[in-house]
Write a protein that binds this ligand. Sequence first.
Ligand code: UD1
Ligand code: UDP
Length: 361
Amino acid sequence: MKILTVVGARPQFIKAATVSRIIQKEQGIEEILVHTGQHYDAGMSQVFFNELEIPEPKYNLGIGSLPHGAQTGRMLEALETVIQQEKPNWVLVYGDTNSTLAGALAAVKLHIPVGHVEAGLRSFNRTMPEEINRILTDHIASILFAPTETAVKHLHHEGIAQDKIHLVGDVMYDAALFYGEKAGINTKLLPSLELEPKQYFLATIHRAENTDDAKRLSIIMEGLKQLSTQMPIILPLHPRTKTKLADQNIAIDGTSNLRIIEPVGYLDMVHLEKQAKLIITDSGGVQKEAYFHGVPCAVLRDETEWQELVDLGWNILISPKSADYIYHTIDEFARKKFPAKLDLYGDGHSCNKIVTLLKES
Ligand code: UD1
Ligand code: UDP
């Protein structure tokens, strides 16, 4: 059996690494990895291939950064050629990026069945490019790997046939368990950043709705700056945010306790997450990883696909309406008592279930 896996953006390298690891142990499955080139900086791409031991992609389409239509369109064209050449039994896509949609669309038009990992997530905000990508991908996939019960419910509501939907748990949880063991071994990361365990906040910001609006982005940066008077904040800066801060002339005060660094590799990121007192993020992956590692998380968004963590009380949604609001809400949240954790994301063997289902389908 031949599986053609399409990846392109940072979180997809991490998700695909965990599934690829299981595929490699199986007899009779060949995996062809295609990198669309959506993310291309070494710190956004190659670092994950090196440290997570992901096989080198057979194809790198080198599409790079472009507006949505051009980026997705060029991926679609290039992927069509690759899929025709490779004739896989399955095309496997992850998450909700433009690479996900292009992979799914290219495959389905060639009558190759699509497997969608992380199916059924919804924010119910159709201004988000990710919401469009995930809805379309779910509706053209032949097998949908849902991470949570809620995701399964969303797919049912949208009329997707029951027999296509499989509740497998979350591959990011598998990754957190597997790589979490390795993260932080022998590292001098915290001392090199002059940070003490549980004496800093970790932040990441990259979502289009937070970075493309100059007012919203400056409110977030000001809110973080105010919070950093309490405790240092470490902010590994996504290149999108770096570009937007420069374009929008939002100054970063180098003297504050808000420490901006380049994006880090996954193992360093997990170490930073585990040792943080609290995480502040708009990332889909990071808000769950916070929970996996038992760290409370403030989500700077109006809604989330991972509502169960807000309902449970470990995460809080904060719409960034003013810097003072961000400061006071996080300050109060950080002092809360957090409830016992529940098993919301499977048993750590989602990847095995995905590979078995692909083999048997
Ligand atoms: C993409 C996904 C988003 C995901 C995120 C993960 C879409 C629509 N969005 O958002 O769902 O959460 O990846 O990180 O697919 N850039 C670089 N170097 C890089 C990559 C990007 O400088 O290696 C800069 C460019 O200025 C680019 C901008 O970041 O224009 C945005 O990159 P893009 O891939 O379009 O979207 P992300 O914001 O990364
Ligand atoms: N991540 C990382 N280095 C960083 C920031 C994030 O390795 O500097 C990891 C993070 O641990 C998570 C994934 O990247 O596994 C999340 O990716 P991102 O926030 O870019 O995308 P999203 O999950 O929002 O789609």
